[in-house]
Design a protein around this ligand. Sequence first.
Ligand code: NDP
Length: 444
Amino acid sequence: MSYVDEVIESVVAKNPAEPEFHQAVKEVLESLRPVIEANEEKYRKVALLERMVEPERQIKFRVPWVDDKGQAHVNTGYRVQFNSAIGPYKGGIRLHPSVNIGIIKFLGFEQVFKNSLTSLPIGGGKGGSDFDPKGKSDREIMAFCQSFMTELCKYIGADTDVPAGDIGTGAREIGFMFGQYKRIRGVYEGVLTGKGLSYGGSLARTEATGYGLLYLTQELLKLNGIDIAGKTACVSGSGNVAIYAIEKATQLGVKVLTCSDSNGWVYDPDGIDVAALKEIKEVNRARLTEYKKYRPNSEYHEGRGVWVVKADLALPCATQNELLLEDAKALVENGCTAVCEGANMPTTLEATKYLQEHGVIFAPGKAANAGGVATSALEMSQNSERLSWTFDEVDAKLKNIMINITHNMVDAAKRYGHEGDYVMGANIAGFEKVADAMMAQGIC
Ligand code: NDP
């Protein structure tokens, strides 16, 4: 059996009931085959792949908190510190009822390669809890965040592990967590990113993942001889990534026809109104059913359905496994040119394969959504310097990083004779640096 197959088999056996983690490991290792096979003896000897798929540390803890009626609740908190070969662990905190150890491990594993792709010195980690922030008062959110950080603060620090936001964790939650860290540890340091501007946050961090997605999409289309201006797009999600992807797409001359949340989706033939979407989601924290009040010409549909709308580009920006094989078929049927992932692993393995086999340009999230973590690393630099850069400075650096990622991904695929396979390109480009650092640091 090949080294890659052996490691995949052992991951499935050793980590039962973690399908998302299996999926992420399979996707990465399968696409690394040409590199692994060229170095098999060397890598086997030092158990490189076995070490890469085993997190350095997994922390699981109790998070008790009290609601507004005086009732106590208990959630489970997680932090997976996956790989620190190239820098302190870095990765977001997800607050969603679906969170379990397998999901956090899949996200942490992906994060290792994504962070490496940015060319910045950051290792990979991820955390979260099965807490559901929906419908909770500000005080309840604060109670949860303080309890979560009371335990987490023992394991993180500006030079060891620097969490950030993710699904369910935005500026409000980061603020509560930062306050609690400072109170318990007694240090004022850049231990979290995605902070508010008044206490060490970076301009353009809020916009970074969505903007970065569009910078990469624009560059990738350009390399394929296509101008992004004048194209149409379907976007899923209506959270942080989706909102700023829609904003930047619109600025670049793309008409975005859809967005969604976990209840339903909106079709707006005139192009999604970003100001309305921000007011609904960021200010009122309401549902997308409200959108029609702002745009009477739009349609609201219950359930899922974004990918059946005819458009040139598809930008999944909600969650994992939201673009299925049947959706990929609909996209191909409708002549979609490119799928670029704003979310982490939104496209299933079968759907990805189908899109690639049918000539759709496919940019994996690991590369396409790396703008968020890259800008988090820029926030860390500003915190270390005790300086703040302007919006334009950060945005220019972000754009530069995304353009470099695009070229590294394209070139790595070419180097191994798989031109146009950007999943392979991103995985190889991310892997090479981590593998090199791990080999240099000995068996650890
Ligand atoms: P938000 O919580 O801001 O928004 C998530 C959006 O996706 C919401 O519209 C939400 O709808 C929808 N959604 C979440 N879960 C589901 C589900 N199970 N089914 C259908 N819709 C769902 O999160 P972000 O925008 O920050 O994150 C979106 C994706 O991007 C995630 O995969 C995240 O890991 C990834 N990402 C985020 C980065 C960041 O900087 N924020 C960086 C890199 C990747 P509802 O409100 O109804 O729950």
